[in-house]
Ligand binder design. Structure first.
Ligand code: HEM
Length: 326
C-alpha cells in the first residue's frame, strides 16, 4: 500500500507540469445561453433543488466534481465520460469517491427537452457547482458559460493531475499555479471543505501511521486525533466522516477556524499554515467577521477555476448525453 502510494506521488511530481491553454477562455461569458436557451440556468437550479431536497448530501460531491473536471484536461466534461475502449477518468482512484453522476444526467435530459444540443455538460458542472453552494447557504456568483465538451477521457490523466490529500504546500501551490490559479485561489477554494464528507482512507495515515512507525501527524490536534480514531479503524476504506464537524451541510467559513486550530482533515488543509500568504488568509477568516469576504473571494476563484483549459467556439462538441461522446 505504502509503495503504491509512493509510486503514485512520484508519477504526479514528474508529470504535474501539464500545460493548459488559458487563451481560449475568451469565449466564455455570463449569460451565454440568454438567447439560445433562456431557461437553461433556471432548469439546472430547479433539478438541483429537487435533488437536494431528497439527497442533501450530494452537494459536496457535486461541487467536487467540477474541480475534478477542471484539473484534468480543463473544464470540458471529461470526468463525466464512461469508460469504453479505454479506462476513463471516472475509474481513477481519486474519482471513485465522486457521486452524483446520475444528477448531472437528469439535469442534461431536462435541458435537452427544452433546447436540444445547446447546453454543454461542462457548463452544467459549472452551474451546478454554484447552485449547490447557494443551496447550502453560501454566496452567489455569476457563472461564465460557453464551454464545449471534450471527447477524450483517460484514467491516467486523472491519476497524474489530481492533487493527493497528502500534498505539501509546494505541490499544492505548483499544481494551482500551473493552471493559472494563485496561492489565494488555493486557500479560498480549499474552503470548499466546509461541506461534505471524507472517507477515513483519505487521512488515516495521519492518525495511525504517519511515518511508517505507527505514529500520528504532529500537525494534527491531539484531541481531534482521538475523536477521529473513534470513527475510523486502521485500514478503514468505507466509513465517511464530516469534514467540518457540526456544520458540514452549511457552506460557511468555519473551515478556516478548523484549519487554524490544527483540525483540518487532510495534510493539504494543514499545509495552508506553511505559507505566509495562505496562513494569513486562514487566520483572518478564522472569525465570523470574515464570512462575507470569503463568499466574494470564493465566487472570484470559482470563476477563475472554471476557465481552466476550456474548449470554446468550434472546438469540441455539445454532447447529447453527458456520459458518452456523440
Ligand atoms: C487543494 C487541493 C485539494 C485536495 C488535495 C482535496 C482532496 C479531497 C479529498 C481527499 C476529499 C475526500 C474524498 C473522500 O475521501 O471521499 C475531498 C473532498 C471534497 N473536496 Fe477537496 N481537495 C482539494 C481541493 C478542493 C477544491 C478546489 C474543491 C472545490 C472547488 C474541493 C471540494 C471538495 C468537496 C466539496 C469535498 C466533499 C465531497 C463529498 O462530500 O463527497 N476540494 N477533497
Amino acid at each position: 500500500m505504502a509503495t503504491s502510494k509512493l509510486i503514485f506521488f512520484l508519477i504526479q511530481v514528474m508529470f504535474l507540469p501539464f500545460v493548459f491553454d488559458f487563451a481560449n477562455a475568451q469565449g466564455l461569458k455570463v449569460g451565454f445561453y440568454a438567447k439560445s436557451c433562456p431557461k437553461a440556468e433556471y432548469i439546472v437550479q430547479k433539478v438541483i433543488a429537487q435533488t437536494l431536497a431528497v439527497a442533501p448530501s450530494l452537494s459536496g460531491p457535486l461541487l467536487r466534481m467540477h474541480f475534478h473536471d477542471c484539473f484534468v484536461r480543463g473544464c470540458e466534461g471529461s470526468v463525466l465520460l464512461n469508460s469504453s475502449t479505454n479506462q476513463a477518468e471516472k475509474d481513477a482512484i481519486p474519482n471513485l469517491s465522486l457521486r452524483g453522476f446520475g444528477v448531472i444526467d437528469r439535469v442534461k435530459s431536462a435541458l435537452e427537452k427544452e433546447c436540444p444540443g445547446v447546453v454543454s455538460c461542462s457548463d452544467i458542472l459549472a452551474i451546478v457547482a454554484r447552485d449547490v453552494v447557494v443551496a447550502d447557504m453560501g454566496g452567489h456568483w455569476d457563472v461564465e458559460t460557453g464551454r464545449r465538451d471534450g471527447n477524450v477521457s483517460n484514467m491516467i490523466d486523472a491519476l497524474l493531475n489530481l492533487i493527493p490529500p497528502s500534498a505539501n504546500i509546494s505541490t499544492l501551490k505548483a499544481g494551482f499555479s500551473q493552471r493559472g490559479l494563485s496561492a489565494k485561489d488555493l486557500v479560498v477554494l480549499s474552503g470548499s471543505h466546509t461541506i461534505g464528507m471524507s472517507h477515513c482512507s483519505s487521512f488515516n495515515n495521519r492518525i495511525y501511521n504517519f511515518t511508517g512507525k505507527g505514529d500520528t501527524d504532529p500537525t494534527l490536534d491531539a484531541n481531534y486525533i482521538a475523536k477521529l480514531k473513534m470513527k475510523c479503524k486502521p485500514n478503514d476504506q468505507k466509513t465517511l466522516v464530516e469534514m467540518d464537524p457540526g456544520s458540514f451541510k452549511t457552506f460557511d467559513d468555519s473551515y478556516f477556524t478548523l484549519v487554524a486550530k490544527r483540525r483540518g482533515l487532510f495534510q493539504s488543509d494543514a499545509a495552508l499554515l506553511d505559507d505566509s500568504e495562505t496562513k494569513a488568509y486562514v487566520k483572518s477568516h478564522a472569525t465570523p467577521m470574515g464570512q462575507a469576504s470569503f463568499f466574494t473571494d470564493f465566487g472570484v476563484s470559482m470563476v477563475k477555476m472554471g476557465r481552466i483549459g476550456v474548449l470554446t467556439g468550434n472546438a469540441g462538441e455539445i454532447r447529447k448525453v453527458c456520459y458518452k461522446i456523440n
